[in-house]
Design a protein around this ligand. Sequence first.
Ligand SMILES: [Zn+2]
Length: 385
Amino acid sequence: MRPTPSILAMIERLVGFDTTSHRSNLDAIAFLQETLEAFGAKCRLTYDDGRKKANLYATLGPDDRPGIMLSGHTDVVPVDGQDWTSDPFRLTERDGKFFGRGAADMKSFIALCLALTPEFLARGLKIPLHFSFSYDEELGCVGVRRLIADMAGLPIKPTLCIVGEPTGMQVIAGHKGKKSLSCHVLGQESHSALGQGVNAVEAAAEVIAHVKAIQRRIRREGPFDSAYEPPYTTLHTGTVEGGRALNIVPRDCRFEFEIRALPGHDSDALYQEIVSFATDQIEPEMKAVNAQSGFAFHIMNDTAGFDLPDDHPAVRFVTALTGANQTGRVSFGTEAGLFNQAGVPTVVCGPGFIDQAHRPDEFISADQVAQGEAFLRRLMDHVCL
Ligand SMILES: [Zn+2]
């Protein structure tokens, strides 16, 4: 089944904006705002520090009662170094698939919201509809935090939110949280033949090995939740950088690691365990040689996980809209964790598949667009007169 022409045209339009996270998204936001304001939407913008990027929060329908929020991020991951068959920023159809950066993640969902807005309005909204379109999601849900802070000042909050990340229209009622962490180890340089100095690489290695040891313990002892794959909190070190030459005791070492915690598993405590190991077990020996040496940990990003029970009203409502009777849980993060943390019950459900995103020749199938459309039409039956 071919997507409705107005929906397809809107996907094409949105894919045409190069909103790679490191670029400005203001052209795309201006387009979204103009389109929605032409339909009478009330819009609020929140900007990043440099005013190069913005979130858009739009309300359609009555503003004296809580509504339903549909949420998506406007930014996309880079195409650099990827081998694309066609121009990533021009929607291209081949065999019932629509290729383009963001086609799955997640411009088709935003396009569906926009393209169906005239119909929502024509039928008359009795329950308000809110759109939340954010920036810098792909950098760790960075932008939406300002939108959420701004929402806190609004007199009425939405009753529930649907984040339209590509889930193949499955309702995702929980995902893990993620802490992105870095550590700079400062040692003291020396000629390696002298047996002096403070070896920053070795100190880092001991902490990295401890991160691994914690992972082994969790894999053995839990906590476990079989709804997630893998069913436990994961930790790993992703990058390490240090040393200048084999015959120099290295002064600096930097590494980055992460904790993806099951909802309810205290990732702060795990992080503290790692910090304490470094400062209590490793650092004294370093400081005995050079008092300046030691560890400097830094939390680069912290995104909350969430888990709503299957009988939560928001989960039941969205599940009913999809017609499914099952929910899922995933290990990757979305903005849903932050919305839930802010008190807006939120699930994830949108067209397309995550494994078709973030890669060259990202696409969404015609069928998924059609399913997304059907979903929003059932929402229309609920929120319209
Ligand atoms: Zn996404």
